[in-house]
Design a binder for this molecule. Structure first.
Ligand SMILES: [Zn+2]
Length: 104
């Protein structure tokens, strides 16, 4: 999870941050509550965390939200809500840094 902070610092070239918005995809292996805990301990800026719905595309033609079967631990199990097959993930399988405000 430390990679998120490293990416962030690299992306902002180490400038001091005021606030950051993180978008956690629902199929991401990082859960929003884990990220929140991690940031509480490691971040020196304000942050907001939003959970984003994932989007999948299936061989059967279905395109839309994934049917989440099990999200207890870091392995999120999901399937196509139409045919039950494992669809391809279009979005929502990672953590995105979406809004960064720098300190003036
Ligand atoms: Zn399908």
């Amino acid at each position: 999870m430390i990679r998120i902070l490293e990416d962030l610092r690299a992306g902002t070239k180490g400038q001091p941050l005021k606030s950051v918005l993180f978008e956690v995809g629902e199929l991401s292996e990082i859960r929003p509550e884990e990220l929140e805990e991690f940031l509480k301990e490691n971040a020196d800026f304000e942050f907001e965390i939003e959970e984003k719905k994932a989007k999948v595309k299936c061989k059967c033609g279905y395109e839309g939200m994934a049917e989440i079967i099990d999200a207890e631990d870091s392995d999120v199990v999901f399937m196509c809500s139409k045919c039950g097959d494992i669809p391809e993930v279009i979005s929502g399988d990672c953590v995105k840094i979406s809004n960064v405000e720098l300190k003036q």
